[in-house]
Design a protein around this ligand. Structure first.
Ligand SMILES: [Zn+2]
Length: 428
């Protein structure tokens, strides 16, 4: 008797069916193409200029956990500096992602002093043209990703793997006259007053649209609370006059609020979705409460035609995002970054989201990484989580297997493709 047939026959029928279901769903979900709602991946030509090694890959996110563990340097360059903090950080989501990347893509099962030379030579050896096609297309099965290339000052058209997200936040954080002068230089618009500042925002958005922008993004939660009051232009002008007279310690709130509302009016006029950072800020210190999703509440009613995609499920306030997405037709729940911040929390949240929010409003994956190896690993973790949650839903008879597959397709591909469609010129 064939070994597999023998094993299947030996299992109790129900257990065999369960294993079959789990394997079947996992396999199907592993093969699904992705539309990835959020990345910071370097264009391939910029990546190939780097001399990548294990420590470079560890420098995105994982280093934050190692600093949190007590690591005294920000970016370790030797095994001796790396190991004590790696030992205690390797089980977090960031640590899991690095281990999956090295195991799956470079064939090394264990990260250790002994394997480090082999890992580094494999990473260096792979760093040549075609790297992105091989990992993003062949391994990760990426259809395309929404790219926030914040390190590029000016908007530039992204390459074939990406569509463009750009921030207008800079215009909401002016605190001194030199900030305004710089905005004039960059946009070519003269800014004598708040009206001029708004014209400059419009010019910048036009430049970004020409480069292929499909969504506005905001990370203002890193700088200020997410509550944006409605402020008159006259009140905003008073703040503008203040900062032109003398530098302010931080961006005056009334001006910042007024300009952000202008950005949302532009999003409305251009039918652009807005990706909002909510929840945990990357790094090792910020004012967490600034990022609470519920602070955005007033905007959803004021701009009913603007779609607000709430990033990172607002972790640790995932319930707030679920509640807001349940109440408002123009709010979606985006799991970008979440499968690596909290792999277990992502499963718990996805279970509850499917219970509370219509399926067309859940965006299941955004890699949110600078290096493709880690986006690949993040996608592996996301697919695993989604398969596990959907398998449990089927086992509890809350959905059929066919419905689970349909849900996975919406969560991994169709919802993001609908909200952030590729510009017609980039469709292949
Ligand atoms: Zn990000």
């Amino acid at each position: 008797m064939h070994r597999r047939t023998f094993l299947a026959a030996a299992l109790p029928a129900a257990l065999g069916a369960q294993t079959g279901l789990r394997n079947g769903l996992s396999r199907a979900i592993d093969e699904m193409p992705l539309v990835d709602s959020h990345e910071h991946l370097l264009p391939e030509r910029e990546r190939l200029e780097l001399k990548p090694d294990l420590f470079l890959l560890a420098s995105h996110y994982l280093n934050n956990d190692m600093v949190s563990a007590g690591m005294p340097v920000a970016s370790p360059k030797t095994w001796a500096d790396f190991e004590p903090w790696w030992r205690v950080s390797k089980f977090t989501g960031y640590g899991q992602a690095l281990r999956i990347a090295i195991r799956d893509l470079y064939g090394v099962a264990e990260i250790s002093e002994a394997t480090l030379p082999r890992i580094n030579s494999a990473i260096a050896g792979a760093n040549k043209p075609g790297l992105y096609r091989r990992i993003l297309k062949d391994r990760m099965k990426l259809d395309y990703a929404v790219l926030d290339d914040y390190w590029h000052g000016d908007p530039i058209p992204p390459d074939e793997f990406f569509v463009l997200a750009r921030k207008m936040d800079w215009f909401c954080t002016a605190s001194k006259a030199s900030d305004i002068r710089r905005m004039e230089e960059v946009t070519g618009v003269s800014i004598p007053d708040v009206k001029g500042l708004k014209r400059a925002v419009e010019r910048r958005l036009d430049q970004s649209l020409q480069a292929g922008l499909v969504t506005i993004k905001s990370t203002l939660a890193y700088n200020r609370p997410l509550r944006f009051e409605v402020v008159s232009e006259a009140d905003a002008q008073r703040d503008f006059d203040l900062l032109m007279k003398e530098p302010q310690g931080q961006a005056p709130r009334r001006l910042s609020d007024h300009i952000f509302h202008h950005v949302l009016q532009l999003a409305d006029a251009h039918k652009l979705p807005v990706q909002m950072h909510t929840g945990l800020q990357a790094g090792n210190g910020n004012t967490l409460e600034n990022s609470r999703p519920i602070l955005l509440n007033n905007l959803f009613g004021l701009y009913p035609k603007v779609l607000f995609d709430l990033f990172h499920l607002g972790w640790p306030w995932m319930d707030e995002v679920a509640a807001l997405a349940k109440m408002y037709a123009n709010v979606t729940a985006d799991l970008c970054w979440v499968h690596i911040i909290t792999p277990t929390g992502a499963r718990r949240a996805l279970h509850e989201l499917i219970d509370t929010v219509p399926l067309n409003k859940i965006l299941g994956f955004g890699g949110d990484y600078r290096y493709i190896e880690l986006s690949y690993a993040h996608a592996v973790m996301a697919r695993r989580n989604i398969a596990q949650v959907l398998t449990e839903k089927v086992e509890r008879r809350e959905m059929t297997e066919a419905e689970a597959l349909q849900a996975a397709r919406l969560i991994l591909h169709d919802n993001a493709a609908r909200i952030f469609p590729r510009p017609a010129s980039k469709r292949v």
